[in-house]
Design a binder for this molecule. Structure first.
Ligand SMILES: CSC[C@H]1O[C@@H](n2cnc3c(O)ncnc32)[C@H](O)[C@@H]1O
Ligand SMILES: [Zn+2]
Length: 440
C-alpha cells in the first residue's frame, strides 16, 4: 500500500483522550496531522503515512485546553493587592494601577508572559477581556495561539476608552479587522452589570448579534453585586440582564457564583454559557458557584482562570483539579464533578462555550490539530489505573510536555519554542519596578 503524505505524525501515544461525544479513548495509538487539522487518529495509523514523526511513548494526548475567562496582561499585576475582597481589590489596588500603567506596551508585555505560561501548561485557546486588545492580537499572531478577544467596556473612563461609546466603536473596528481570522477571534466585552448601564449593555448586545460574536461579561460574582443590582434595578443580576435582553446562546458569563434556582433555569433556557473560575472566587473570597446544579439544569459550564492578580496562575489543570475537589467538599458528595466532567469543562464544553465546537475542544478527524501531551513517565503520576483521574488529581500544568496548535509544535520536551523566556523575565522585572511603590 502506498504511503500517504502528512505534515506531522504523533506516534505511540500511551492514551489518546479524545473528549469526543463518546469519550473515545485510544491506547498506544497515533495522531496524523495535515494542513493544521487532524487527518487521522487511532491504532497503527503511523504505518499508513509518511512525514515528520514525533514518538510520544510515555505521554497522554488530550485536546488543547481552553481557558474561557482571563485578563492575560494582568500577569504584570500578579500578586498585587492580594488578600482583599473584590471591591477593595478592584477599587483600591487594581483600577488605580491599571489607570496609571496600562498602555499598548503594558498589554503586549503582560500578554507575552501570560501566553508563555498558558502554552507551558497546555492552553491552546484563551478568552480575554482587557484593554488594548490590538496588543493581545499582535502577540497572538506572532506566537500562533488562539484567542477570543474583547476590549472591556465600562461606563467610566478606562485606559482603553474614555466612554462606553468609544469602547463599542473600537470593538466594532476590531471585529471588522479580524473577522474570519483563525487565531484572533473578536468578541465584545461589557465588563459587568454594576459597571455597565442597561443602555450600554443593549448596545453591546446589538453588536454581538449583528456580527455574531461572543458577548463576554462578569455576572453574579459576589454578594455585593447581587445586593447592588437588586437595590438599583429591583432584580438579581441574571434576571436584570434577562430583562435588558442580553442573555442568549452568544452570552458567556464569567463567575456566576450567585444565580438563584430560578435564574439557573433562565440561563439554561437562554443557552447562556458559564465560565467557572473557582480559584479566583476562592482567593477573593467571593464564594463557590453552584456548578453541579447548573450542569444538572443543562447549562454549559466551562473553565476559566480569571486574571493572574486574582488566581494567581494560568494553569488550567490546576483549575480543573480545584473544581473537581471543591464541589465534592461543598456538597459532601464525592460523585459530583468527576474527573471526566472536570476535563470536559476545559475542553469540549469550553469549545461549546466559545461556539467553536466544530473546530476545537475534541480530537476528531477534521478538527484543528490543537493537542496537548502530558508526560506520564514520572513517579508522581504512576501507577496509571485511569488516565482521566491521573491528570485531574495527580498531574500539574508543568507536566505538559508537548503542545501543538494548528499542527505546529509550540512546546516540546517542556520547552516553549515560540517565546524567549529570558526576554519575558526581564520584562516582568522592568514592570515590577514601575508598579512597586504605587501602594504597599
Ligand atoms: C474591562 S477589562 C477587565 C477589567 O476587569 C477587571 N477584573 C479582573 N478580574 C476581575 C473580576 O474577577 N471581577 C471583575 N473585574 C475584574 C480588570 O482588572 C479590568 O479592569
Ligand atoms: Zn474577570
Amino acid at each position: 500500500m502506498a504511503l500517504k503524505p502528512a505534515d506531522l505524525i504523533l506516534t505511540d501515544i500511551d492514551f489518546i483522550l479524545t473528549m469526543d461525544e463518546n469519550l473515545t479513548v485510544y491506547e498506544n495509538a497515533d495522531i496524523v496531522i495535515k494542513d493544521g487539522k487532524i487527518l487521522d487518529i487511532g491504532k497503527d495509523k503511523k504505518s499508513e503515512y509518511f512525514g515528520k514523526t514525533v514518538v510520544c511513548s510515555g505521554k497522554v494526548a488530550l485536546p488543547g485546553f481552553i481557558n474561557t475567562h482571563t485578563h492575560a496582561a494582568m500577569t504584570l499585576l500578579r500578586g498585587y493587592g492580594s488578600d482583599n475582597p473584590l471591591k477593595v481589590w478592584l477599587e483600591e489596588y487594581i483600577w488605580p494601577a491599571e489607570g496609571k500603567f496600562v498602555s499598548y506596551e503594558f498589554v503586549y508585555d503582560g500578554t507575552q508572559i501570560a501566553v508563555y505560561e498558558m502554552l507551558r501548561t497546555g492552553t491552546t485557546t484563551f478568552v480575554d477581556m482587557y484593554f488594548y486588545e490590538n496588543a493581545v492580537a499582535d502577540v497572538i499572531r506572532q506566537v500562533g495561539i488562539r484567542g477570543v478577544l474583547s476590549t472591556g467596556i465600562l461606563d467610566f473612563p478606562t485606559p482603553g476608552a474614555k466612554t462606553p461609546e468609544e469602547g463599542i466603536r473600537k470593538t466594532v473596528e476590531f471585529i471588522e479587522e479580524y473577522k474570519n481570522h483563525s487565531y484572533v477571534i473578536p468578541a465584545i466585552g461589557p465588563h459587568a452589570p454594576y459597571t455597565c448601564s442597561p443602555d450600554t449593555l443593549k448596545r453591546a448586545f446589538e453588536v454581538s448579534e449583528k456580527y455574531d460574536v461572543l458577548f463576554h461579561i462578569h455576572v453574579a460574582e459576589t454578594e455585593f453585586e447581587v445586593k447592588t443590582i437588586s437595590e438599583k434595578y429591583g432584580k438579581t443580576p441574571v434576571k436584570h440582564l434577562d430583562s435588558v435582553g442580553v442573555l442568549s446562546e452568544r452570552t458567556l458569563a464569567a463567575h456566576m457564583v450567585y444565580p438563584t434556582k430560578e435564574e439557573i433555569e433562565i440561563l439554561a433556557k437562554r443557552g447562556v454559557k458559564v465560565s467557572h473560575c473557582p480559584e479566583s472566587n476562592l482567593k477573593l473570597a467571593s464564594g463557590v458557584a453552584p456548578v453541579p446544579e447548573m450542569i444538572k439544569a443543562g447549562v454549559t459550564v466551562s473553565m476559566g482562570t480569571d486574571g493572574t492578580a486574582s488566581n494567581d496562575d494560568l494553569d488550567i489543570i490546576g483549575e480543573v483539579s480545584t473544581a473537581a475537589k471543591l464541589h465534592k467538599g461543598i456538597k459532601k458528595d464525592p460523585t459530583v464533578i468527576n474527573a471526566k466532567e472536570a476535563l470536559l469543562m476545559a475542553t469540549r464544553w469550553a469549545a461549546e462555550a466559545v461556539r467553536m465546537s466544530d473546530k476545537i475542544g475534541s480530537l476528531e478527524i477534521g478538527k484543528y490539530a490543537d493537542i496537548v501531551l502530558i508526560d506520564f513517565s514520572q513517579p508522581h503520576i504512576n501507577p496509571v489505573y485511569d488516565p482521566y483521574t491521573q491528570i485531574v488529581y495527580s498531574s500539574k500544568g508543568c507536566d505538559v510536555d508537548t503542545v501543538v496548535i494548528n499542527g505546529e509544535i509550540k512546546v516540546l520536551n517542556k520547552k516553549v519554542l515560540v517565546i524567549d523566556e529570558k526576554e519575558i523575565m526581564e520584562k516582568a522585572k522592568k514592570w515590577e519596578e514601575k508598579v512597586r511603590g504605587l501602594k504597599t
